[in-house]
Design a protein around this ligand. Structure first.
Ligand SMILES: [Zn+2]
Length: 118
């Protein structure tokens, strides 16, 4: 192509209307599904592109409709949360002090019950 021809081409329209993320989200890729990570509730290797109904909705003010979807599908997100909690317990086992109720916790509960009965 001649440089002269290239100069005559109209500029590529890259306005906001062409942004794909403005389209309503219907599907989302779960990275763990793509890696074939096992999780309770997942029996077969499956398409990592999942409908958003299979992701957790998370309230997020700065997102469209003030919500976003979890990074992983529900089974994988649950598994990750459980693994995280298990690891946290291993790293930091609960001792007597951590298990004891916080001072004033019982008092707050009683006060609430009285208000509810009134
Ligand atoms: Zn998944």
């Amino acid at each position: 192509m001649e440089p002269e021809d290239a100069a005559k081409k109209p500029p590529i329209n890259s306005g906001p209307s062409s942004a794909p993320f403005e389209l309503p989200t219907t599907h989302k890729v779960c990275p763990d599904c793509a890696r074939l990570v096992e999780a309770p509730g997942i029996t077969d290797p499956r398409d990592p592109l999942r409908p958003v109904e299979e992701f957790f909705e998370i309230k997020a003010k700065r997102y469209t409709d003030e919500k976003r979807y979890s990074a992983y599908c529900k089974p994988h997100q649950r598994k990750r949360n459980n693994d995280y909690r298990k690891q946290a317990r291993r790293d930091n086992p609960p001792d007597e002090e951590a298990r004891a109720p916080r001072p004033g916790a019982g008092r707050v509960r009683r006060a609430h019950r009285v208000r509810a009965a009134a």
